[in-house]
Structure formats: C-alpha cells, structure tokens
Design a protein around this ligand. Structure first.
Ligand SMILES: Cc1cc2nc3c(=O)[nH]c(=O)nc-3n(C[C@H](O)[C@H](O)[C@H](O)COP(=O)(O)OP(=O)(O)OC[C@H]3O[C@@H](n4cnc5c(N)ncnc54)[C@H](O)[C@@H]3O)c2cc1C
Length: 451
C-alpha cells in the first residue's frame, strides 16, 4: 500500500534538503527519499566551498553570519544554521604547468577586508548536511533513507514513486536527484539535451601540502595525458588541510596518472607534495549535458543539479531547491483554495531567466576550453607568463570566464607579435564547445549508467 504525501522530494543533497525544508515549513506533508543510508555522509567528491560570496550568482549573494552561525542567501530570503568551522578563501589562482600564475585576486589585499574580501567560503559538507537535516526534521518532513528511486509514474492529479520495494504517492514530486538524475532520464527531460562528456574526479583530503597558502583556491592543467587533466586544490576549514581533487572530462585519461604527474613528476608542483599525507579519498562520475530548458511537467519539478549542465554549484543548488520547495508549497495552496496556477510557472520563468539566460552553460563549459585549444604545456606557460596584473577577485565560473576572455583579448597584440603560431589555437576558442570537445565526446557514452 503506497503512503500518500502532499510532496515527495527525491534526493537529500543541498537542493533536496532545502526544497523539503521550504515545503515542510509551510505545513504540508513532505517525504524526503534518499538512496544513501546516512544523509550526513558525503559520498561524492566536492570542493566544499560556497560560490560566490563576493558577487551575484543566481541573483543572490551568499553571506556567512558569524555571530548567529548561519549561512544566509540574503536576497532569496532564507538562511540555515551551520555550526561547523569555516575558512575564507582569499583568492583563486590558476597556475600553468610550469608554475606561471593567473591570479583572480591577490590574497594579501583580499585578506585585509576579512569576511568581505573572501571570494568563497570553505566549509565541512557533512556538518552542513547534519545541520540542514535537523532543520528538515524540525519542519515536520518525514525523512526516509535507503530508498533508491527506480520508478516514477505521473497519475492524473499526482505522481507515484517507487524504489527499494516501497511505493509513495504525492500531489507533486520534486526531483533533486542530482546531475545524473534517473528521474529526468525516465521522464524524458533529457530529450533534446546536448551531451558533452563526463566529468570524472578522484582526490584526497591532504595534510602538510606546501602550497603557497592554505586559504587559496588553486587549479592547474596537464597536457601529458591523452586529453587534459586538471588539478583543483580547495582549502579545508581545518588548520592547513587541503582538499586536492584531480579531474578530467575524458574517460581515456587515467586520474591516477594525473595525480602522479602533479604530486611526483611536475618539477613545480611535486615540491608542494613532498612529505604530504593523504587522508580521506573521494571520487565522482557525472554526465555533462546542456541544461533542461523546461524543468516542470506532469507534476514533477526539477531542482538543483538535476536539470543543470553538470552543476549549479552548492549555492545555486540551494537557491533552486529553496525556490522549488516554495513554489510547490504555493501550488498546493493554489489548488486547495482554487486559485489559478502561478507559483510553478513563476519558478520555471525564474529558472529560464536566472540560470538559462544569465548563466549560459556554454560560458560554464568554456572554463574547460583553454587546455583543449592550447594543447602543449609550453603554450600555456607562455600565455600565463604574459599576465602582469591580477584579475578581479573571483570564484564564480561565469564571471571568471568573462574576465579570462577580456584578458586574452588584451594579450592578442603581444601574442601576434611574439608567437603568431599560437593565433590559430587561440582562434579555436571561439568555436562551439561541441567542436572543442568533439574527441572527448566521442570517447564517452551518454547511455552508460553513472551514479
Ligand atoms: C569534484 C566536484 C567538486 C565540486 N566542488 C564544488 C565546490 O567547491 N563548490 C560548489 O559550490 N560546488 C561544487 N561542486 C558541485 C556541487 O557538489 C553540486 O552542485 C551540488 O552538490 C548539487 O546539489 P544537488 O542537491 O542538486 O545534487 P547532489 O548533491 O548530487 O544530490 C543528489 C542526491 O540525490 C541522491 N540520489 C540520486 N539518485 C537517487 C535515486 N535514484 N533515489 C534516491 N536518491 C537519489 C544522491 O544520493 C544525492 O544525495 C563540485 C562537484 C564535483 C563533482
């Protein structure tokens, strides 16, 4: 016998937790279904930073309320308790393989501004999950773990959800099951989406890394593999610990080789890792699709990464989850009192204007383009050697790529004079991402089940 709710939310990541909290606080009966047995355990790699605290992102700006120990999304009008440690991220520096630096912000400057100079905030996602879960339960939500949702059937004025031998019925379903969403695939939301590639990662929390500072976001690139390999170093909010993650879009790249390259072989970076200790390991495997343009049909609303081009970032997922939960709660009220439907159409309009239009996925993907067109490490070293001034402090992929585009434009006259051979490669940056990534896309299969 199926149990009946007003709302079922599938997925207890950042977006699902906020969606359940919003709908539960409005007093509706809400079930939150999660496949993991322990919601507070982080099972997938994440940099665990909040993007973006010093500029608008999804029409909001994230703020850590130190006194009240709360994370606040000021414009969207919600906040939640977070009683774990945080660390301000002072700047984001991209290094070429040879160690030339492209800085988004100078840490010696941003640190002077304290909380208002940071580009991002490093936090502990397991503590954030625990804090959010407490609030979800306080909101009266029934939290059911160990449910791997495998079937969703829209039925008239509701939806039936099946998984792990159980059945649930609800007036609305919020699908917050992440970027490899089975629900989106089953219900046909993926039709018409462009498949680009995978995003594969593997990494470790690390101690005793001799990076330039433990409050810097650092990334770099290698071309020694068949397709580009990337390294991201994220600050952790525990002393000088770091979260070091190796990434690729291409399944032909062996991430252990990428890790070995940076930590043992590359003359510039390997020094940082001498004597470093590896702590907890993490990994992830995701699809990169173009976003879902219309995230609602048949009483199913998509929230967070479910309809996104790989990721909305934690901040975007939380904002989207909160808005989706609020929209469904308002829709329930509309249905009960006989009002014309406007809450869900408004969510869909918000998704289109705030995400699809203002954060074009092509811009997000362009963050991966440079190593695809500049296909020799020497070329990247040369381009980065030309950077004389810092770019604005930034940890927002959409803003960063705009700054990067302006920087490269400003370098063109010099490159034209000194290295005309690089101009055709630079020109390739203006090709569509489907062309830039063509060889990688061909090496991936969008039908493979990645979880
Ligand atoms: C390597 C890496 C580094 C990242 N670093 C950062 C960073 O530094 N800062 C940042 O802001 N973002 C970062 N992100 C992105 C961030 O992790 C996501 O944007 C965010 O977690 C999305 O939240 P979500 O709730 O939409 O989805 P998810 O976090 O993916 O949550 C989905 C939930 O649904 C559950 N689920 C899935 N399928 C089912 C099913 N069939 N039945 C039941 N439950 C199901 C999953 O177990 C999971 O709990 C990173 C991502 C990766 C991969």
């Amino acid at each position: 016998m199926a149990k009946t709710y007003d709302v079922v939310v599938v997925g207890a990541g950042p977006s699902g937790l906020l969606a359940a909290k919003a709908a539960g606080q409005a007093g509706f009966s809400v079930a939150l279904l999660e496949r993991k047995s322990d919601i507070t355990r982080l099972e997938r790699a994440c940099g665990q930073t909040l993007v973006s605290v010093n500029d608008y992102y999804f029409d909001d700006v994230v703020h850590y309320n130190r006194k009240g120990k709360r994370i606040a999304f000021i414009k969207s009008g919600f906040s939640f308790a977070y009683d774990g440690p945080i660390k301000n991220c002072a700047a984001w520096h991209i290094f070429s393989p040879g160690g030339n630096r492209l800085p988004f912000g100078l840490p010696e400057e941003t640190r002077k501004k304290g909380d208002f100079g940071a580009v991002g905030i490093a936090y502990d996602k397991e503590i954030l999950f625990r804090c959010l879960l407490d609030e979800v339960r306080q909101a009266g939500v029934e939290v059911i773990t160990g449910i791997d949702v495998a079937g969703v059937t829209p039925a008239g004025a509701g939806v039936t959800v099946n998984g792990s031998g159980k059945s649930f019925e609800a007036e609305y379903l919020i699908a917050a099951d992440g970027c490899n969403s089975r629900i989106a695939r089953m219900l046909g939301f993926n039709k018409g989406r462009t498949f680009y590639s995978y995003l594969l990662s593997k990494g470790w929390y690390m101690r005793k890394v001799k990076a330039p500072a433990s409050d810097l976001l650092i990334s770099s690139i290698t071309q020694k593999t068949v397709a580009p390999g990337l390294m991201f170093i994220f600050p952790r909010p525990y002393a000088d610990d770091l979260n070091v993650i190796f990434l690729t879009l291409d399944p032909r790249v062996n991430l252990d080789e990428v890790a070995a390259y940076f930590t043992k072989e590359n003359p510039f970076f390997s020094k940082w890792f001498q004597g470093a200790e590896r702590l907890k390991e993490s990994a992830s495997a995701q699809y990169i699709y173009s976003p879902v343009l219309d995230p609602y049909r048949d009483r199913v609303l998509l929230a967070g990464d479910t309809g996104a081009c790989q990721e909305l970032e934690n901040s975007g997922a939380m904002i989207s989850g909160w808005k989706a939960g609020s929209a469904v709660a308002a829709a329930l009220k509309e249905n009960r009192v006989g009002l014309a439907s406007q809450a869900i159409p408004q969510y869909v309009a918000w998704w289109k204007s705030t995400y699809i239009e203002k954060c074009p996925h092509e811009a997000y993907l362009m963050n991966f383009a440079l190593p695809y067109v500049m296909d020799r490490e020497e070329d990247l070293d040369y381009i980065f050697s030309l950077v004389k001034n810092p770019l604005p402090p930034c940890w927002n992929p959409y803003a960063a790529i705009a700054h990067m585009g302006a920087l490269i434009q400003s370098l063109v006259p010099t490159i034209q004079k000194e290295r005309p051979d690089l101009m055709p490669k630079l020109a390739a940056m203006s090709r569509p991402m489907t062309e830039i990534l063509a060889a990688t896309t061909a090496a991936c299969s969008p039908l493979q089940e990645l979880d």
